[in-house]
Ligand binder design. Structure first.
Ligand SMILES: C[S@@+](CC[C@H](N)C(=O)[O-])C[C@H]1O[C@@H](n2cnc3c(N)ncnc32)[C@H](O)[C@@H]1O
Length: 201
């Protein structure tokens, strides 16, 4: 398999890049998740999301990037190496967070991931996705160039990014996920060019 891009090899570089992209938006997670919750994050990277949770919450995660998992473990986090598409790697939790992972997957695997997550989450599945990537979804030369550039920078060494979603694609996808997984309610919010979606069970 081709080597991942540099950001997925150097956790500190990933951290710097992601902080510039989110620009503080993740602070909202504290309210979305609440207190005393058991939180599980498939595709957790090195567990950067943990710092946005209330200290009363427990947090664990799985990821296939051993380098990231080891880095998070060294920082005291409960992370394991594991495939997010295998349900035996999941733990029943109050809240499951899927942060910055959907756009890495094929539509088929997105559906599989959210279906597994919705079976293991008791309260809700929180999805975070970048919106600004819609500039790479067009058919013009500039969009095609950006699509190639984003796919190169965001290559995690596991998934080849097949398509960049437009806002309309995301709207259709979220509605389909809501119907298929019987979410009772879906709150969709936008902060600093990212979707923050609370899908209630
Ligand atoms: C953009 S990072 C997001 C990391 C973290 N959720 C965050 O918000 O910082 C995507 C992560 O998904 C992981 N990943 C991709 N496919 C996976 C799979 N099938 N099983 C486990 N991890 C996977 C990659 O290793 C990478 O760490």
């Amino acid at each position: 398999m081709k080597k991942s891009s540099l950001i997925f090899r150097i956790p500190k570089l990933y951290s710097l890049g992601i902080r510039l992209l989110y620009f503080g938006a993740c602070v909202r997670l504290k309210n979305m998740v609440g207190k005393d919750k058991k939180v599980f994050e498939p595709a957790c990277g090195y567990g950067r999301i943990k710092k946005y949770l209330d200290p009363s919450c427990t947090y664990s995660g799985i990821d296939l990037n051993e380098n990231f998992v080891n880095y998070g473990r060294k920082n005291g986090l409960d992370l394991k190496v594991g495939d997010i598409l295998k349900k035996e790697n999941y733990q029943e939790s109050d809240i499951i967070i899927l942060s910055d992972i959907l756009h890495h997957l094929s539509v088929e695997n997105i559906k599989k991931l959210v279906s597994i997550a919705s079976k293991f989450a008791k309260e809700k599945v929180v999805i975070i996705e970048p919106i600004f990537v819609d500039v790479a979804s067009g058919k013009n030369v500039f969009s095609k160039f950006l699509a190639k550039f984003f796919s190169w920078v965001d290559y995690d060494g596991i998934n080849k990014i097949e398509k960049w979603f437009s806002r309309k694609d995301y709207d259709i996808l979220f509605e389909e996920l809501k119907q298929k997984n019987n979410f009772s309610k879906m709150n969709i919010a936008f902060f600093n060019h990212h979707y923050f979606i609370e899908s209630y069970l």
